[in-house]
Design a protein around this ligand. Structure first.
Ligand code: ATP
Ligand code: MG
Length: 148
């Protein structure tokens, strides 16, 4: 599924739609270049889970947890993850009972579950992104087809 040339407002609407339908245990993988919009997407997703704290990039913290919403949101930026020392902690979150969003998932490939919602952000120009969605989690397979 592809969402072509989305403005930030449209990305916000897509994130809110996804957020409304998420259940505990969901894992979202966000890929795309620096500045493609992974953290921005996560910020809008958090809002739709009733998290009022503003989501910021967890780059220097590895994991940020937001606990005030419908269920916990774990925001992981795996860019600087060190598998030797971080694997155990990361797995506690990824297989925990909140929703986990992972930026730069390729850095922790071997820890990832098989059932995920993967979103790839492609920069079209300053203001527009194309988002390619691949769903391997059967709970969410129909979610994007049903969206109008
Ligand atoms: P990094 O890999 O460094 O963590 P990122 O993918 O998380 O980067 P963001 O931090 O979300 O990227 O930055 C995206 C920037 O692009 C934001 O400043 C956002 O406001 C801007 N932007 C402009 N248009 C869009 C759009 N259509 N969708 C998403 N973000 C957009
Ligand atoms: Mg980011």
């Amino acid at each position: 599924m592809r969402f072509e040339n989305y403005t930030e407002k449209e990305v916000a609407e897509l994130a809110a739609y996804i957020g409304r339908h998420l259940e505990r245990g969901a894992v979202l993988l966000l890929t795309g270049d620096l500045g493609a919009g992974k953290t921005t997407f996560t910020r809008y997703l958090a809002r739709s889970l009733n998290i009022t704290e503003r989501v910021t990039s967890p780059t220097f913290t590895l994991i940020k947890e937001y606990d005030e919403g419908r269920f916990p949101l774990y925001h992981i930026d795996a860019y600087r993850a060190d598998l030797d020392s971080d694997a155990e902690l990361l797995e506690e979150y990824i297989y925990g009972d909140g929703v986990t969003v992972i930026e730069w998932p390729s850095c922790i490939e071997e820890l990832l579950p098989k059932t995920v919602i993967a979103l790839e952000f492609l920069m079209m120009d300053e203001q527009h992104r194309t988002i390619v969605v691949t769903v391997t989690d059967t709970n969410y397979q129909n979610l994007f087809e049903e969206r109008v």
